[in-house]
Design a binder for this molecule. Structure first.
Ligand code: HEC
Ligand code: HEC
Length: 318
């Protein structure tokens, strides 16, 4: 090889090296727990056959919820409950429809190990992250420690805690009179008074974090015992965690089993629950009298619920 050839080879090695490092820079390098949690949330590495990530069911474009009544986990296995939104959970005191996890960190182990979701023992998940050059480096850079159950769940929780949203309704409450329609304004009043929704859906995220039975338990069509599974207290049969209502217009299907398709259907149900489910068991006494909402009041109530949609999801509304 003469001098000229040597220079050419050197030149090409240099070019390839520059291209390689430029490419690597475009791969997002997590710099803090939130970004690391985001990477983990959308990485199928946490599932048995590396096919399912948290984001497969909690789809970011739909306010981190799923668009089907029940979601599919590994090997196409169908879950038994509807996937709730993973947003606006910062102030929640319980997680899952039956409240079986007290913290987001504890919650995160559930789906990873669940046989119909990701089906991977948590220690295997951690072992995979330790064996993965990128993750072991990222955990070191961010936490100065190797991946562990504690750090994996901390990162996922940190990401979820960053998913708080605000909406036109919040701008209205902050004094912007034009932020929502007149119909939605009337809807607020109906939500609080005539509709009695506020009895259970109150606070900044429209939930009191209590377990209540709205009538979706009859041991015929609705067999899920809900909170009872955790407490074994007969009073808890058919009680479910009152969900927050932010972004609810884009997170259907609804309820613990995804049996309601639209907000209009839900409002019709609340208007006269016994008409739809005459045999429901343990339904809250608040529903003993029908609401008697007019068609316009139902539309107003729906307009209010729609006004809880964050700007980034407004394009999903018809
Ligand atoms: C196969 C679909 C699926 C996957 C994958 C999945 N989830 Fe879920 N998620 C669900 C379902 C279904 C529920 C409700 C289960 C229940 O209440 O029993 C749920 C509940 C939750 C909740 C509770 C929300 C609330 O309001 O109480 C959080 C938080 C959550 N998941 C986060 C995660 C994280 C983090 C991952 C990844 C490690 C994940 N999920 C993976 C389907 C999934
Ligand atoms: C007694 C308490 C209570 C009252 C009153 C109540 N809710 Fe609910 N709400 C709940 C509970 C609990 C659930 C979950 C029930 C289930 O999954 O079985 C729920 C579910 C919902 C959902 C579905 C959310 C989702 O993500 O699946 C919507 C929407 C909703 N309620 C709106 C309303 C409106 C509007 C009113 C008033 C007309 C109202 N609620 C009155 C407790 C209540």
């Amino acid at each position: 090889m003469n001098r000229r050839h040597m220079r050419l080879v050197f030149f090409w090695i240099l070019m390839v090296a520059i291209a390689w490092s430029a490419l690597r820079l475009t791969v997002v390098e997590p710099k803090d727990p939130v970004q690391l949690g985001q990477a983990l949330f959308s990485d199928p590495i946490l599932s048995e056959d590396r096919s399912i990530s948290c984001a497969s069911c909690h789809i970011p474009e739909y306010a981190f919820s799923d668009t089907t009544a029940l979601s599919k986990g590994v090997h196409g296995r169908l879950g038994v409950r509807n996937t709730p939104s993973a947003m606006n959970l910062l102030s929640r005191s319980h997680f899952f429809w039956d409240g079986r996890a007290a913290t987001l960190e504890a919650q995160a182990i559930g789906p990873i190990e669940n046989p119909v979701e990701m089906n991977l023992p948590i220690d295997s998940a951690v072992a995979r992250l330790r064996a993965d050059a990128r993750y072991s480096r990222w955990f070191m850079e961010i936490y100065d420690e190797e991946p562990s159950v504690h750090l994996l769940t901390s990162a996922l929780a940190a990401f979820e805690q960053s998913l708080e949203t605000s909406s036109a309704y919040d701008r209205y409450m902050a004094g912007d009179e034009d932020a929502i329609s007149e119909s939605a304004k009337r809807g607020i009043e109906i939500f609080n008074v005539k509709g009695r929704c506020f009895e259970c859906h109150f606070g900044p995220d429209m939930t009191g974090d209590e377990f209540r039975n709205i009538g979706l338990y009859d041991e015929i069509k609705y067999k899920d015992k809900g909170r009872f599974d955790q407490t074994k207290n007969p009073e808890d049969l058919g009680k479910f965690k009152t969900p927050g209502l932010r972004n609810v217009a884009v997170t259907g299907p609804y309820m613990h089993d995804g049996s309601f398709e639209t907000l209009a259907q839900i409002i019709d149900y609340y208007d006269r629950p016994a008409h739809f489910l005459p045999h429901s068991m343990g339904r809250d006494t608040i529903f003993n009298t029908n609401l008697g909402l007019t068609d316009q009041e139902k539309l107003d109530l729906e307009a209010f619920l729609i006004a809880l949609t964050a700007d980034q999801f407004v394009h999903l509304l018809d």
